[in-house]
Design a protein around this ligand. Structure first.
Ligand code: UDP
Ligand code: MG
Length: 139
């Protein structure tokens, strides 16, 4: 995958709270284009694997439970400087610390149920994109 791509998930709270369309609008308005997208639900095994880097953290069990609690939207996005610009667009992990105008400031409930995922490096963007999409689903 090219380094001008990132991976995102609209998390179960965002879907449950009816924010799917508004968040996708914000992503497109910020100049990202959609290279892959699906509406799906993570299995427990998938959520455990996706967040394996956090397996020793105290919030891991709760995170896996939350991420499997309902459907998500997974997507691969493209834009110059995609990873960094998308992290700026989503804001800090905790919405209480997120800047005005960010997706998490607008739509996250709290630090755990924080509406959206964004890859933290080009390397992880590629790994996470491949985790969710077959080559034939990426455009
Ligand atoms: N998380 C949590 N409690 C914490 C930190 C993180 O529940 O104290 C959850 C939250 O949903 C977060 C995810 O674990 O988005 C991954 O954490 P990370 O530190 O990678 O934050 P992110 O990269 O999503 O901003
Ligand atoms: Mg992270």
């Amino acid at each position: 995958m090219a380094t001008n791509r990132t991976f995102t998930m609209l998390k179960p709270d965002a879907i449950e709270n009816g924010h799917m369309g508004k968040i996708i609008d914000m992503i497109l308005a910020a100049g990202f284009s959609i290279k892959a997208m699906k509406y799906t639900r993570l299995s427990k095994a998938q959520a455990q694997e996706f967040y394996a880097v956090h397996s020793e953290r105290p919030f891991y069990g709760e995170l896996v439970e939350y991420m499997t609690s309902g459907p998500i939207v997974a997507a691969i996005l493209e834009k110059d400087n995609a990873v960094a610009d998308f992290r700026t667009l989503i804001g800090a992990t905790d919405p209480a610390e997120a800047a005005e105008g960010t997706i998490r400031k607008n739509y996250a409930e709290n630090k755990g149920r924080n509406a959206v995922h964004g890859s933290d490096s080009d390397e992880n963007a590629a790994i996470e994109g491949k985790f969710h999409f077959a080559d034939s689903e990426i455009f």
